[in-house]
Design a protein around this ligand. Structure first.
Ligand code: C5P
Length: 409
């Protein structure tokens, strides 16, 4: 693989030497493209000796080779570590005043940016907006690590460790490969995906619901169809466009979803059921047949009696048996707390649910409902291994989930 390692002008530039060595150890051809400011921290001789290539920060060297276009065009992966606030801003706005920013404009391969800067710069609205724009464009922008910064400061803004950037870069490339290549490696498979959030009516106009947008379930359905699977998407209260090649069944309540899922899972030849929907654990015990009225004279509040909904995934697990049983994949939004981190809680849930794979959505850093990107951890029953992917687009997390399903099948 031809990798471009961009290095911007931050004190963490020295850590990019270790990252370069990790890429080289993997047998990749790495071309280092520093900025002028980066060369104040680590010199051209170091990059050149380590990479085995000539090194320049600007577009005026070896002009006959048209480096400002060719380097980006020929790259299979571009990683910029550290990415300063300045490089993030230039990349967002398409500025191209040196070789690295030209590479970022001409590359059509996966791009991963590993920011490092002081906390004030990372949290400034300009940087926050730039990162959000870059991510929406499909560029992977890692979150910086939290810890000691230059001088006496500490907080979010540290460059993640070279091993972590290397792992994220390899995951990015591996995750993109199957869908990018359009490999029909799920041809002949029949899969069921649930998406969205159930609604539990109180009366003809009101319901208890949740914020699930359905984006993750739709991405799972879309990726599976692209990879050749026959896909039934059971969608609860979504307003997204049906992905090409996907059959949609629409449901509203948990009981509707339960019926649809059990019918689909019992169909012969169903290979996997992915429960990505956010399912209400409780529903109102009584549903009024006409709109509930308030009486301001007597009424200063009200109570709603709730009853438990069935756990659809748990029921699928209980009914399992025989060779034709579909693989069962659960989703769980998790946060760390005093009892343990996201992975600890996810492991407990995997054991409790008894499904084959559990995809834990890390929601510690704020709500991911409706977001286009997420970070997931894929845990498999009977294995200690965890596959962490993100923050990447939900298409990419969907690809990783199906890769794990195929691995296990
Ligand atoms: O226990 P928790 O609600 O976090 O579990 C989440 C997983 O279980 C999701 O895959 C969800 O679709 C599924 N679930 C279910 N039936 C319920 C509640 C959740 O199948 N009543």
């Amino acid at each position: 693989m031809q990798i471009v390692l961009g290095v911007a002008g931050g004190i963490a530039a020295y850590k990019a030497c270790a990252l370069l060595r990790l890429f080289m150890a993997g047998g990749h051809d790495v071309r280092v493209v520093p900025t002028e400011a980066a060369l104040k921290f680590v010199g051209e001789a170091t990059w050149s000796a380590l990479s085995g290539h000539t090194v320049s920060a600007q577009v005026w060297d070896d002009v006959h080779e048209v480096p400002h276009v060719r380097i980006g065009q020929q790259a299979d992966l571009v990683v910029v570590a550290p990415s300063t606030a300045d490089v993030l801003a230039k990349a967002t706005h398409g500025l191209a005043d040196d070789l690295l920013t030209n590479v970022l404009l001409t590359a059509r391969c996966p791009v991963l940016l590993a920011p490092a800067m002081h906390t004030e710069m990372w949290t400034h609205p300009a940087t926050v907006a730039n990162v959000s724009t870059l991510r929406a464009r499909g560029i992977t922008v890692l979150d910086p690590a939290v810890g000691r910064l230059t001088g006496a400061d500490s907080g979010p803004g540290r460059l993640p460790e070279p091993e972590d950037i290397h792992a994220a870069a390899m995951t990015l490339v591996n995750t993109l490969e199957p869908s990018a290549a359009g490999e029909p490696d799920m041809r002949g498979m029949r899969v069921v995906v649930t998406a969205g959030g159930t609604r539990e009516p109180l009366d003809p106009v009101r319901f208890i619901g949740n914020r699930s947008s359905g984006k993750q379930g739709y991405a799972l359905a879309s990726v599976a169809a692209k990879r050749g699977a026959q896909v039934l998407l059971i969608a609860a209260n979504t307003s997204l466009e049906t992905p090409p090649g996907v059959t949609v069944a629409r449901v509203e309540t948990t009981l509707d979803l339960e019926d649809a899922v059990h019918a689909a899972a019992a169909t012969s030849g169903c290979d996997a059921v992915v429960m990505a929907a956010a399912v209400a654990d409780y529903r109102p015990a009584h549903v009024a047949t006409s709109k509930m009225k308030k009486d301001p004279a007597t009424d200063d509040g009200m109570s709603i009696e709730l009853v438990r909904n069935p756990d659809i995934l748990a029921a699928l697990v209980q009914r399992r048996g025989g060779a034709a049983t579909p693989m069962l994949i659960g989703f769980a939004a998790e946060t760390g707390d005093e009892d343990g981190d996201v992975l600890t809680h996810a492991r407990v849930k995997l054991a409790r649910k008894g499904c084959d794979l559990l995809v834990a959505n890390d929601v510690s850093k704020g709500a991911t409902f409706g977001a286009d990107e997420s970070t997931i951890h894929i845990l498999a029953a009977g294995s200690d291994a965890v596959r962490t992917v993100g923050p990447v687009s939900k298409q990419q997390t969907a690809t990783a989930v199906w890769d794990s399903v195929l691995d296990r099948l």
